[in-house]
Ligand binder design. Structure first.
Ligand SMILES: [Cu+2]
Length: 102
């Protein structure tokens, strides 16, 4: 992966067999911050299996990661603190999902 952005990033990734959207994952993160449960059928403690992490990655650099990813939905989240407010990038929407076939 290449970092072509203005800030460093890193990826925490895991798989789930729950059908969950990026918007629903944002709601789960929001719930974690506010303490108000999200109306989403996804419990990260039960429905998320860690797959891989990347190292923090500076602007203008590339890195390759070898990972054995299980079938399902791969969730990739950046928790690097944002330069503007210190919140992890995930809270600014830096969440991606990719379907992984059998
Ligand atoms: Cu980031």
């Amino acid at each position: 992966m290449d970092n072509i952005g203005a800030q460093p990033h890193f990826i925490a990734a895991g798989t789930t067999t729950v059908d969950v959207t990026e918007e629903e994952l944002m709601a789960v993160l929001e719930a974690d911050m506010t303490g108000t449960p999200a109306a989403v059928d996804f419990n990260p403690d039960e429905d998320f299996e860690e797959a891989f992490y990347s190292a923090s990655q500076s602007t203008g650099t590339s890195q390759w990661i070898v990972a054995d990813v299980q079938p399902g939905t791969l969730i990739m989240i950046c928790f690097f603190p944002d330069i503007s407010d210190g919140l992890p990038h995930a809270y600014h929407g830096m969440i991606e999902t990719v379907e992984v076939a059998e």
